[in-house]
Write a protein that binds this ligand. Structure first.
Ligand code: ADP
Length: 546
């Protein structure tokens, strides 16, 4: 691809007073294209995009969209895996003042139709692999948006969807289209729907200011810099890739694209591209740990892995470290632009044995430097709980990396912001060192005979069993105790003789007896599209089998 960087790239993002420009990630791409025009910004298969190309293509996209009438406040939806076009959309759409609505690629047609209608998308950019779902979704809509297909050679199956094709569409755009930030940093940049496990998905609205800050906070927290090669094992549709779409671009690092999270692709790609950083839910780590030996590789360099989105059992951290990765544990939610909380490493932990160290690292930790505050608070009295590692309260957050609110849902927004904090719905304790530890989502806690039982505590023990690959614990109804823990267990493939009795006996050796599961169900665990175990589905099964 030609180097299309123009002199206009040297212009500041917005013209105004010497000491104020509204914060926006749009300035990251302009700067990186200016500083590193020839450097590889994006790798995808054999394709390479330099920072100059990345910038020019994003400007072409902006220009072509403007030609379709897209401007300030309009929503443009995108359904694409981790490919260069998705990165271009993270810049070429918001630079117009439009709002990027990245849609989860694993959703069903009805939910996609709901999101397109609710978010008011005027244009829908979709990868051809998802043609069947996308066509079905569009048929369900009264006023479907304009559709632009992405025709990626790595796509498997699918077909033509709309009348326009991305490459042709942007080719007609101007590579010198003006590059401007928002007039106000509080303007919307993105719309991300929560998974909706508790009803219709809610549309979380992000502002430019928060996206800018969290991208910087993520890059600094995870040590991403211009030398970094960031492998896209985390979906870019999930909280805009936890804002690493903007963060890796900010530092001028290299994005290494990946359509499918498959260990057989990941290990060789780490070796081939010298990958330094990657992120993923614990389920991604588990997949790497249990990959066949024929696929696994060791690397001469340390690969940094940030995990979050669900609690990583300490056994998973331990096994990743043993494979030569360094793990950083992050916590966050869609409402706070992805990660807000990090288990910040303390030098003295280096002297601890691996298991004790992993247990410390399995805690969720302390607030990001870009989040103003977090605390564990009693939601009834709104007073903080003591830092005793025992008293359970709700994790609450506040600061500049908290969403604007839920789209067209003021009552849910007011409820989430009650008392001047973002209520996360996660129950946690605060340790004397100030580090927080999540015990459960409020709706997942098991109440047995009036005692709270943390499902994560039982899972933590189950993951340490040498024959268990994955485990999830939910409440099952119980005549006498009200609820009792029911464990769903996936044994390691080659283990044939794991029985419910053996698992229960093991739990009784390692847990207080009232916390032990009374029922064990073997089999694969149903996961959400972001790799979280679908506890609501397991609860249904647990209820059915009681
Ligand atoms: P959804 O609510 O749709 O699953 P989110 O990505 O917003 O999508 O999920 C946020 C939730 O994920 C948090 O409220 C918390 O319950 C869980 N979570 C995220 N990171 C962690 C972590 N490190 N440890 C435990 N739970 C986590």
């Amino acid at each position: 691809m030609s180097n299309e960087l123009s002199s206009a790239a040297n212009e500041p993002l917005a013209k105004g007073p010497a000491n104020y420009t509204p914060l926006s990630p749009m300035s990251f791409l302009r700067r990186s294209a200016q500083v590193y025009p020839d450097k590889t910004a994006i790798i995808h298969g054999n394709r390479r995009e330099s920072y100059a190309d990345f910038f020019a293509r994003s400007r072409r996209l902006a220009s072509a969209l403007a030609g379709q009438g897209i401007g300030k406040g309009d929503t443009v939806a995108v359904m694409a895996p981790n490919i260069p076009e998705m990165l271009e959309c993270h810049f070429g759409i918001p630079v117009l003042g439009a709002i990027l609505n990245a849609i989860n690629i694993r959703l069903d047609a009805a939910t996609v139709a709901f999101i397109l209608e609710h978010g008011g998308a005027k244009v829908f950019i979709a990868d051809r692999q998802y043609a069947p779902i996308v066509r079905d979704a569009l048929e369900q809509m009264a006023n479907p948006p304009i559709v632009i297909d992405i025709n990626d050679p790595q796509a498997k199956g699918g077909g033509v969807i709309g009348d326009l094709e991305y490459e042709t569409f942007i080719a007609a755009g101007d590579p010198e289209h003006p590059w401007q930030g928002p007039a106000d940093e509080w303007e919307s940049i993105a719309l991300n729907y929560t998974s909706g496990t508790t009803g219709n998905p809610k549309g979380v609205v992000y502002h430019h200011r928060g996206a800018y800050l969290n991208a910087i906070g993520n890059a600094m927290t995870f040590g991403v810099n211009a030398e970094s090669r960031y492998l896209w094992t985390l979906p870019m549709f999930h909280c805009n890739g936890w804002t690493y779409t903007w963060g890796v671009t900010a530092v001028g690092g290299t994005h290494v694209c990946l359509r499918d999270v498959d260990p057989a692709l990941i290990f060789p790609m780490i070796a081939e591209h010298g990958v330094t950083h990657m992120c993923g839910a614990p389920v991604v780590l588990t997949a790497l740990i249990h990959a066949p030996d024929s696929v696994k590789q060791r690397f001469e360099h340390k690969v940094e892995v940030a995990t979050g989105g669900a609690a990583p059992p300490s056994a998973v951290i331990e096994q990743m470290e043993a494979m030569g990765f360094r793990v950083t544990h992050l916590y966050g939610m869609t409402e706070c632009f992805g990660p807000s909380t990090v288990c910040a490493w303390q030098p003295k932990w280096g002297e601890l044995p691996l298991d004790t160290r992993a247990a410390k690292m399995a805690r969720q930790g302390v607030e990001y430097m870009t989040l103003e505050a977090q605390d564990i608070i009693d939601p009834d009295t709104m007073t903080p709980v003591p830092a005793d590692g025992q008293t359970i309260g709700e994790l609450m957050l506040r600061g500049n990396t908290v969403m604007k609110g839920y789209l067209k849902n003021p009552s849910a927004t007011d409820e989430a912001f009650r008392g001047g904090w973002l209520h996360t719905g996660d129950l946690a304790v605060k340790h004397p060192d100030g580090y927080i530890e999540i015990k459960d989502r409020a709706k997942d806690i098991i109440i047995s005979g009036g005692e709270n039982i943390s499902s994560l505590e039982i899972e933590e023990v189950l993951y340490k069993h040498p024959d268990i690959m994955e485990a999830a614990v939910v409440a099952a109804p119980h005549e006498r105790w009200g609820e009792t823990p029911c464990a769903f267990v996936t044994p390691i493939a080659e283990v044939g003789d794991l029985t419910a009795e053996k698992v229960i006996a093991y739990c009784r050796d390692n847990l207080a007896h009232f916390k032990c599961p009374t029922r064990i169900v073997f089999g694969p665990l149903p996961k959400t599209s972001t790799g979280k175990v679908q506890k609501f589905a397991l609860r249904d099964t647990a209820r059915g089998t009681s």
